[in-house]
Design a protein around this ligand. Structure first.
Ligand SMILES: *[C@@H]1O[C@H](CO)[C@@H](O)[C@H](O)[C@H]1NC(C)=O
Ligand SMILES: *[C@@H]1O[C@H](CO)[C@@H](O)[C@H](O)[C@H]1NC(C)=O
Ligand SMILES: *[C@@H]1O[C@H](CO)[C@@H](O)[C@H](O)[C@H]1NC(C)=O
Ligand SMILES: *[C@@H]1O[C@H](CO)[C@@H](O)[C@H](O)[C@H]1NC(C)=O
Length: 513
């Protein structure tokens, strides 16, 4: 088993190594390279004999995948980019210029994006009722990866590149990073290695720690101002000061949001908040702005502007009567930014509708059409949790009116009990952390537990955000230093793994005798 976690602390000795970048790799057309979809006949249910699953099927669905063979030379490895919670095409940059391009170039490898079941065009069913979603589980998703690796064909590429005869190395970021880690853990007899970037491999129902890096690393005047405004608002709420609360919502133009949590969530959009957000947040910062957005800093600029016009700074005093005459410093800039950057995202002006910033319309949650946000919510509700809520102690960037019951309520509205599937009252986190707890699963596809865990590198990329190593610019040497060094480390690590592949194969053969 070879698995690396780039979100963890580095435990690696550095080696000086230079990365040779052939000029042809800087092909100017690569950033807009197009890929045609291929379809793999995937099993809907990898465990038709599973005694726990109430409905079994031998049916298949078409799982979409994309192939880049532009660097491939016979004998090279296969890099499988795990699609995660979005469509295949939205991951193209990883093949064109990102981490898969970097690794393909370094090793004559072939790159593949496999779209996750229940995302993009890879839906087993035409709707997403609670029953339809019964096969959207971590074990099924991991088994997709292993089954695909054992049977995939690559148009235009000669020879059999299936696993385990060819080294398959997975890469995933975020939820897909966790899937990468679990795939290697559970199917390490088929899949040779994996890089799990920013992978939430443990989970909890609530996840207030989401705000910790922002609290620590964002411009501190901005952070402190928001913390104080949140404290002051929360005091109005604890005091039950209905009139002042209404007035406070109104200075953001959001008096229509009757649920305090919807309001608190909406004014936290530029920072990040529970559920679905229509704006860029802290998470969308990137070392190269063309792969992300600097909107978070624009928001902070507005909250902290030193030269704001009087009309803005006067707003800071609008509620000073509730704080012994102390102004709510930054409030004017805060409201101004929300009015300019967030309210226009709801052109109908019906802010309280579920189509805009409201979440309390039960019927709207119950629509069963296929969508990425519905699939993602299902996974959150059943296995993942990690509902972003306000911290219980210390300063907060999100009003403390938001707790985990806010998102849990959406789960119950969205996924009423089906005929043979129902969601748990809270996410079933054990299932996620140890997906093979269930002996029934073991019985059908038991992996051999003999793989080596010797190579288990990990790396914390200094100053980096959410899987920042995914992006590249076709020139590792020209990248900012911490990303450059992370990429060079990933290349070295993968090359060392590949050096050990024949030995791994021989050991497997020996073990199976
Ligand atoms: C799936 O196929 C296997 C082998 O043919 C069979 O034993 C099993 O009953 C089938 N399961 C279902 C749910 O049809
Ligand atoms: C989904 O809809 C398409 C087009 O209407 C149809 O061809 C297909 O059979 C349906 N699939 C399922 C699983 O119902
Ligand atoms: C604050 O209180 C004073 C005295 O009651 C009042 O005159 C003033 O209008 C209040 N200011 C605001 C902004 O409500
Ligand atoms: C950001 O990416 C663009 C597009 O690949 C590139 O032109 C630019 O040089 C990059 N900037 C930095 C700082 O890497």
């Amino acid at each position: 088993m070879k698995l690396s976690l780039t979100c963890c602390i580095a435990s690696l000795t550095w080696q000086a190594i230079s990365v040779y970048i052939p000029l042809e790799s800087r092909d100017p057309s690569r950033p807009s390279l197009q890929y045609t979809p291929n379809y793999f006949e995937q099993r809907i249910d990898h465990y038709p004999g599973d005694c726990k699953s109430p409905q079994h099927t031998n049916a298949t669905f078409k799982q979409r995948y994309y192939v880049d063979s532009s660097y491939y030379k016979p004998g090279g490895p296969v890099f499988l980019y795990i699609g995660g919670e979005t469509s295949g095409p939205s991951r193209f940059s990883n093949l064109r210029t990102g981490i898969i391009q970097i690794l393909m170039e370094a090793t004559n490898g072939l790159g593949v994006i496999l779209e996750n079941r229940y995302y993009g065009q890879s839906y087993p069913f035409n709707s997403s009722t609670t029953d339809d979603l019964v096969y959207l589980t971590t074990p099924q998703t991991l088994a997709d990866n292993a089954h695909f690796a054992q049977h995939a064909v690559f148009p235009g590429v000669d020879g059999d590149l299936t696993a385990p005869g060819t080294p398959w190395i997975l890469y995933g970021g975020s939820l897909a990073g966790a899937q990468t880690a679990f795939s290697i853990k559970e199917h390490g007899d088929v899949l040779y290695g994996g890089i799990a970037s920013s992978a939430p491999v443990t989970s909890s129902v609530g996840y207030p720690a989401w705000y910790r890096p922002i609290q620590k690393f964002a411009p501190q005047d901005c952070v402190t101002r928001i913390n104080r405004i949140v404290d002051n608002f929360d005091s109005l709420v604890s005091a039950g000061n209905t009139a002042a609360i209404r007035e406070f919502k109104a200075i953001f133009g959001l008096e229509a949001l009757t649920d305090h949590r919807d309001f608190a969530t909406t004014i936290a959009y530029p920072i990040g908040n529970p559920g679905f957000y229509p704006t860029n947040t802290w998470q969308e910062l990137n070392w190269n702005a063309s792969y992300g957005s600097n909107d978070f800093f624009k928001f902070c600029d507005s909250v902290t502007a030193a030269d704001a016009p009087d009309g803005i700074t006067q707003v800071d005093y609008a509620f000073s009567n509730y704080t012994d005459g102390e102004p709510w410093t930054g409030l004017g800039g805060y409201t101004d930014y929300i009015k300019k950057a967030v309210l226009p995202l709801c052109p109908s002006g019906d802010y309280n509708s579920n189509a805009c910033f409201g979440t309390q319309d039960e019927a709207a949650w119950a629509h069963t059409g296929n969508s990425a946000s519905r699939s993602y919510l299902y996974t959150s509700c059943t296995e993942q949790g990690a509902y972003i809520d306000a911290p219980k102690d210390g300063p907060s960037l999100l009003s403390r009116v938001v707790d985990t019951s806010y998102e849990q309520q959406w789960c119950h509205w969205a996924f009423p009990d089906g005929r043979f599937n129902k969601i748990p009252t809270q996410p079933d986190l054990n299932g996620d952390q140890d997906v093979w707890n269930d002996l029934c699963y073991h019985s059908s596809l038991a992996p051999r537990r003999t793989e080596s865990t010797d190579l288990h590198p990990q790396y914390l990329i200094t100053g980096a955000g959410h899987h920042w190593d995914s992006s590249g610019i076709l020139d590792v040497a020209a990248e900012p230093q911490f990303i450059r060094e992370a990429h060079k480390w990933e290349i070295r690590t993968v090359k060392r793994w590949l050096d050990g592949f024949e030995q791994w194969k021989a050991l497997k053969k020996w073990n199976s005798k």
